[in-house]
Ligand binder design. Structure first.
Ligand code: FAD
Length: 423
């Protein structure tokens, strides 16, 4: 399909809320977004093939490597671009505007850098752990800068990824290193990543969440295999197949975080789990812009105007309202990333995740209806947007339902209170 309408809308201040006046972008943020715009239309055109074949967007990752973005959140002192949390969210949402599967997977890669950099430096760590962490992360950052892609498989099909109980994938101390055994489902980048940043549990008697470990496993290590089919409804280009780890041996440098630190980070930096909202806000914007272009008769292939019908105008207006609400919360919550955020900031992060994920799916559903039958053909991106949009609210650890659970309890129970008090 000819995606040239994107050239008009991607930079349209009337439509596009990447450039929110209330929070002007820094020069660096503008520069990074302009870089994505350079390759974006190409990505949008490739997305048809990756969706059809459920194949990984390898060529987009070649662009990402060439732009230095595998090191987006690698600190400058390690040779990376040193982007902060907010900058990551802007870059990722812009990626998703053109290819949501690329942004969804880039989230996984990037989390390995973001979670291990300045965030860890601000936590309480003994000097010895700080030193070993510095050594390990230098190695992994160098890998990323050399073009290695990191995935982030934590889902196991149980309550572990939701933080309900320890991960079933187990790391056992042996020969001065670790031996990993277990299984991860929905591992985006499976077969395309060079390292899998695996959340697992240290093999100790009666493990708790405090025994969670974060290990980088080389994709080609003996004992690592990718199994099963990948033929899902949406986000097909993520190629999120199943990973098996059978007696995979790694040395101590595999530790992406020192022992015991993951759980401290998870409880003190809740926004670290909100890094998929950019994918779905960027996608929602893409849906909206397609809809406007389509109804104005600007999409090549169906150059018929449909904008004059009042009911279509109402639907577009409702989509716009929902999109603006989502962006407003997105801009606010992504600016509130910090160590130990306030109770209000925590609750707002859940509200942001829930709003963006639900709004994206609702906007896409409205778009299919308002654009009409021809727009649903696979020659256009809309039906893919609709399927991809459906995936956002399913993403653990912050599914739409979990966000609602946490908000409900968080609002009704103050610190120190518990539902047990009411029994
Ligand atoms: C396109 C795509 C890409 C993905 N990529 C990755 C990836 O790269 N890495 C990764 O780790 N995962 C990834 N996922 C997986 C995703 O994050 C979820 O883990 C997965 O969708 C859960 O599927 P499920 O059927 O086990 O879900 P669910 O049943 O919804 O949830 C899993 C478990 O969480 C617990 N749970 C659910 N709701 C609650 C609740 N309200 N309160 C407490 N516990 C609850 C339950 O015990 C449940 O068994 C991806 C998913 C998709 C769709």
């Amino acid at each position: 399909m000819d995606s040239s309408y994107l050239r008009k809308y991607a930079r349209s201040a009337d439509h596009n809320t990447f450039f929110a006046d209330a929070q002007p972008l820094t020069d660096e943020q503008q520069r990074l977004i302009a870089m994505i715009d350079e390759v974006g239309v190409k990505w949008a055109e490739r997305a048809f093939e990756h969706d059809r074949d459920a194949s990984f967007p390898t060529a987009n990752y070649e662009d990402i490597k060439a732009m230095g973005l595998l090191g987006l959140c690698v600190p400058k002192r390690h040779g990376g671009l040193g982007a902060d949390y907010r900058t990551y969210t802007l870059v990722a949402s812009r990626m998703s505007y053109y290819c949501s599967a690329t942004a969804n997977t880039f989230n996984m890669h990037n989390a390995n850098a973001l979670w291990t950099a300045d965030m860890i430096d601000a936590l309480d760590l003994p000097a010895e752990q700080r030193a070993s962490h510095e050594q390990n992360r230098s190695l992994h950052y160098a890998n990323m800068l050399a073009g290695n892609i990191y995935a982030q498989p934590f889902s196991e099909g149980s309550g572990a990824a939701a933080g309900r109980h320890p991960f079933g994938t187990v790391a056992t101390r042996r020969d001065g290193g670790w031996v990993l055994n277990g299984k991860k489902i929905f591992a985006s980048l499976a077969g395309s990543a060079d390292y899998y940043g695996v959340l697992c549990t240290e093999d100790v008697p009666n493990p708790t969440l405090a025994d969670t470990m974060f290990l980088a496993i080389p994709a080609r290590a003996p004992g690592v295999s990718v199994v099963g089919d990948w033929d899902p409804l949406g986000m097909r280009g993520t190629v999120s197949r199943t990973l098996l780890f059978a007696d995979v041996h790694v040395d101590d440098t595999a530790q992406m975080m020192p022992r015991g630190v993951y759980i401290q980070a998870a409880s003190r930096y809740p926004h670290m789990f909100m890094t998929l909202t950019p994918t779905y806000i960027g996608l929602a914007q893409a849906v909206f812009d397609f809809t406007v272009a389509y109804l104005r008769g600007e999409v090549a292939g169906v150059n018929v105007k449909r904008r004059m019908y009042p009911t279509k105008q109402i639907t577009v207006a409702e989509m716009y309202v929902k999109l603006q609400q989502a962006w407003a919360l997105f801009h606010r919550a992504t600016s509130e990333f910090k160590l130990n955020p306030s109770r209000a900031e925590r609750l707002r992060a859940f509200a942001c995740q829930n709003t963006v994920m639900e709004a994206c799916a609702e906007i896409a559903a409205a778009a299919v209806r308002v654009c009409g039958g021809q727009a649903m053909l696979k020659t256009f991106p809309l039906e893919r947007f609709y399927r991809d949009a459906r995936c956002g609210s399913l993403m653990l650890p912050w599914t739409a339902e979990i966000c609602i659970d946490r908000i409900g309890q968080g609002v009704l129970y103050e610190d120190g209170e518990s539902p047990k008090d009411d029994q």
